[in-house]
Write a protein that binds this ligand. Structure first.
Ligand code: UD1
Ligand code: CA
Length: 482
């Protein structure tokens, strides 16, 4: 198989740096951009080129980065490679080279601090690299402010000759507006020969990966470059200000797509935060103050918000409304009403036409069709049938603090609970059973039965008047004593 023409592809992500300017205990690549870490976003983009393997170079806080990769498995096998100490981006790639002994194909190498890089852009680079049979391909982009980016140096014919780092650049080179986003393809193993030639004789005393481009030029290897039209897609995050800018841009792109492509009304685009992976159906209205990230799918004709947070894996059907609520890893059916001020936690499921209202918290609770829990309830580890009515203040006591055991509550079709009832789990309310207000239910209630746990009501005629007279007399006595 000829170098560069092979179909095999691998990706290397450079993530060993500290990101000093973030001023953070967290490695830079683990900062989140709309619900997903920067590294997580790069891994997703890398998946789109269908590589056989992704190599991540780790160094600063390596254990944290490795743990994050383990906790968020990618579609592609991922291995990590320790770079310690971190002697530059070229040195970072040297740490991976021994694992590529038998690899012949396209090696994509990217910095890992560019959360907006799309899989499509990366894939276009790889396709063009393979098509052009270049030994080195790189993305470039034009900027107004070249900051500390490496500058692309071209000859009089416009061919790329090399990259010069800002710190090493002459005044004339610093004026160049075409910069290096540090996203490349290398034909492997041809380009591997460059690694042995890298020297750290530069301002930063680092082994620069950028010198591989100069090496390719010196060796008359073909270099292909493609320009990204909007520099912001390939901007590296170096500070929290840039992190916030990336979030804003990502939000703008997501909201614009939803409005233009999906027919969603976003009432206040600048005050609504939606991650690009969120899917929303047509004629749904998103009111101001929503923060929606994660694997979220919302149907058509819904009203979401104001001030609603959804994260994790969330599904909402059609014609439902969710107002001023927090929904995490849960499902909401069609024609449901959630909120205001509901909290759906961890694997709760509402089937169609369910109503969950003011100050109701659900955890691992399944509620079947047409059941209402409209006010002030905690329903945890519970299954509710259809057509039930849960009275205000109904609580499932699902947790035993001594044994640490959590137990389930089952409420069958048509059952109802009165206000302020406590269901001490494990317990079942059978079909059409009724729990009276204020009851504490410690055993199963049979089908159609009424359960009450109430001291008998006593009424004392004239009690209030007697009580007042007694109090007045006592006051008089006290006054006499002065
Ligand atoms: C690098 C490029 C520069 C480019 C810029 C784009 C070099 C020499 N310079 O500079 O041309 O314009 O990226 O953002 O490559 N990293 C390691 N190990 C190291 C050093 C860095 O893994 O020893 C990783 C970092 O974690 C980060 C990436 O490489 O993800 C870039 O590192 P950074 O220090 O930000 O490089 P720049 O100086 O910005
Ligand atoms: Ca950088």
């Amino acid at each position: 198989m000829k170098d560069g023409s092979g179909e095999r592809t691998r990706v290397v992500l450079l993530a060993a740096g500290q990101g000093k300017r973030m001023k953070s205990g967290l490695p830079k690549v683990l900062h989140e951009v709309l619900g997903k870490t920067i590294l997580g976003r790069l891994l997703t983009a890398a998946d789109e080129v269908r590589p056989e393997h992704i190599h991540v170079v780790v160094g600063h806080e390596a254990e944290q980065v490795e743990q994050h990769i383990k906790d968020n498995p990618s579609a592609t096998p991922v291995s990590t490679h320790l770079q310690s100490p971190q002697l530059g981006t070229g040195h970072a790639l040297m740490q991976v080279a021994p694992s590529l002994k038998d690899f012949v194909g396209t090696l994509v190498v990217s910095v890992a601090d560019t959360p907006l890089l799309s899989g499509a852009t990366l894939k276009a680079l790889v396709d063009e690299h393979k098509r052009s049979k270049a030994v080195v391909s790189l993305l470039t982009t034009d900027v107004d402010d070249a900051k500390n980016y490496g500058r692309i140096v071209r000859d009089e014919k416009g061919n790329v000759m090399g990259i010069v780092e800002h710190k090493d650049a002459s005044e004339a080179q610093r004026a160049i507006k075409e910069i290096n986003p540090a996203i490349y393809c290398f034909s492997w193993p041809t380009a591997e020969a460059a690694l042995a030639t890298l020297k750290n004789e530069n301002q930063q005393k680092e082994y620069y990966l950028t010198d591989v481009i100069g090496w390719a030029h010196d060796h008359k290897h073909a270099i292909a470059s493609s320009k990204v039209p909007d520099w912001r897609e390939v901007a590296g995050i170096n500070s929290r200000i840039e992190l916030a800018e990336a979030m804003r841009l990502m939000r703008d792109i997501a909201v614009t797509n939803l409005a233009l492509e999906s027919g969603v009304t976003i009432v206040d685009p600048a005050g609504t935060w939606i991650a690009p992976e969120v899917k929303i159906g047509k004629d749904t209205v998103v009111l101001p103050g929503c923060y929606i990230t994660g694997d979220v799918t919302i149907g058509e004709n819904c009203t979401i918000g104001p001030n609603t947070v959804m994260k994790g894996r969330v599904v909402v059907g059609d014609n439902s409304s969710v107002s001023q609520s927090l929904v995490v890893n849960s499902e909401i059916g069609n024609h449901c009403k959630v909120g205001p001020f509901s909290h759906l936690r961890e694997h709760s499921v509402l089937r169609d036409k369910v109503k969950v209202g003011n100050f109701v918290e659900l955890k691992k609770t399944i509620i079947n069709e047409r059941t209402n829990a409209s006010h002030l309830s905690y329903l945890g580890d519970s299954t509710l049938g259809s057509g039930c009515n849960i009275g205000a203040g109904t609580i499932t006591a699902n947790y035993d603090h001594i044994t640490k055991v959590k137990s389930r509550t089952t409420i069958c079709d048509g059952a109802s609970t009165g206000s302020n009832s406590v269901l001490v789990a494990p317990v079942t309310l059978e079909e059409n059973s009724v729990v009276g207000a204020g009851a504490v239910i410690t055993k199963d209630v049979p089908k159609g039965a009424l359960a009450v746990t109430r001291a008998e009501l006593k009424q004392v005629d004239g009690w209030a008047e007697k009580r007042k007279k007694k109090a007045d007399a006592a006051k008089l006595e006290a006054a006499k004593g002065i």
